[in-house]
Design a protein around this ligand. Structure first.
Ligand code: ADP
Length: 397
């Protein structure tokens, strides 16, 4: 079984061809600069990366380039396209209608299109990717795996904002949450590692990448998550502000002569640790280098980041009336040893004790709390492609 996983962004497209049963990855890569010129990166495990300029005026030509690479007589991994059993698409927004992954039909495409307003950079690109695959791989069923679906179990008191209710009814303004595929994958793997059933656990998953979100998962279901209507809410991130007083927007617009749209761009692209540090970087490795070389603002930015994560953990312990496991995942969560350490220093009141030696590893699936710790703390590398491929397989098998 070979599943092609497609993650279509506004100007890039990540792909991976894999077997979800054996976890074997046949090839993976990325198409970049779609609509500009086009650059294809293609890699087979254990082989050097191949990078090639390839004209990509649109997403359809990018998928064409991927298919050419996968079927190339020298470096390809499939002899015929019929070897590709199905295609799994990461779709960012499924709104309230999409509570799980689905086989794509015209009705599903209409629902994705109806959510364009909620994810204007992503959903239109996802639809173009789906159309292109339908044309180029007509034999293969297409599956949509939504970032928002896992969070559709949130209760109303968690997803409603303190706004006039008419905005929810008229415009569907509410918390949706993102990174759902990762939160689900990591929470299920956490249960497996603890030898417990998800239904018996209260888990907090900290997905700390460039974008970052935290989810409270009670008995296998997301009951609250830090991202909201858009991915801007919640934690301070690489370049996103996360939670702020909403009145700040009008204040900054007046003081700096910005439009609301310019202020929103600033909150998305020039805030977070990047903005707090005086634009040192959005990458945590650069931030630690700067902090260790005496840059006080870089250190403060990292402190703000960790404090915010710890505060969210505390609020989710309250939301679930307890916690059994806390899992760190994604680029920062898996690799940044001092960030994990700094966050966990706030958690002593939960009876959490971290084993410094166990924490002193990067990208390793492991329990980092001591055996005496009252809550188990883990590092669980996420694998969104595998999760998408598995869900695709389950629907088409
Ligand atoms: P996204 O999918 O949101 O782009 P990732 O989960 O890939 O993000 O995380 C990327 C981020 O992870 C980088 O911006 C960097 O800050 C951080 N990161 C990656 N490797 C390390 C490392 N070895 N140490 C600290 N941070 C790291």
């Amino acid at each position: 079984m070979k599943i092609l996983v497609i993650n279509c962004g506004s100007s890039s497209l990540k792909y991976q061809l894999m077997n979800p049963q054996t976890h074997e990855v046949y090839a993976s890569g990325i198409c970049e600069r779609i609509g500009i010129d086009g650059l294809l990166t293609y890699q087979r495990p254990g082989q050097p990366k191949i990078k090639a300029d390839h004209a990509m005026p649109n997403h359809s030509s990018a998928i064409d380039a991927v298919i050419e690479a996968l079927t190339d007589t020298d470096t390809g991994v499939v002899a015929s396209l019929t070897e590709i059993t199905a295609v799994g698409h990461r779709v960012v927004h499924g709104g309230e209608k999409m509570t799980q992954s689905v086989i794509i039909t015209d009705a599903v495409k209409k629902i994705i299109e109806d959510c364009n307003d909620l994810a204007p950079l992503h959903n239109p690109a996802n639809l173009i990717g789906i159309d292109a695959c339908e044309q180029l791989l007509p034999h293969a069923p297409q599956v949509a795996v939504f970032d928002t679906a896992f969070h559709q179990t949130m209760p109303k008191h968690a997803y409603l904002y303190g706004l006039p209710l008419k905005y929810y009814h008229d415009h569907k303004i509410r918390r949706y949450g993102f990174h759902g595929t990762s939160h689900r994958f990591v929470s299920e793997r956490t249960a497996e590692l603890l030898g417990r059933k998800p239904a018996d656990l209260k888990t907090i998953v900290c997905h700390l990448g460039n974008g970052a979100s935290i989810t409270a998962i009670k008995h296998g279901k997301s009951i609250d998550t830090s991202m909201g209507l858009t991915p801007l809410e919640g934690l301070a991130m690489g370049t996103r502000s996360g939670d702020i007083d909403p009145a700040i927007i009008e204040f900054i617009c007046a003081k700096e002569g910005l439009t609301v749209s310019e202020a929103t761009t600033m909150l998305n692209k020039r805030s977070g640790i990047y903005g707090l540090s005086g634009e040192v970087s959005s990458d945590f490795r650069d931030m630690w280098d700067a902090a260790d070389n005496g840059d006080a603002d870089a250190r403060t930015a990292l402190e703000v980041y960790c404090y915010r994560v710890a505060k969210y953990i505390g609020s989710y312990v309250a939301a679930m009336n307890g916690v059994d496991a806390i899992a760190f995942t994604a680029g920062v969560g898996e690799n940044d040893i001092p960030v994990r350490e700094m966050i966990c220093t706030y958690l002593g009141y939960l009876g959490i004790e971290i084993d410094a030696d166990e924490n002193n590893h990067k990208s390793r699936e492991s329990v980092i709390s001591t055996p005496e710790s009252r809550v188990t703390v883990l590092v669980v590398p996420t694998n969104e492609e595998l999760a998408i491929a598995r869900e695709t397989m389950e629907l088409v098998a």
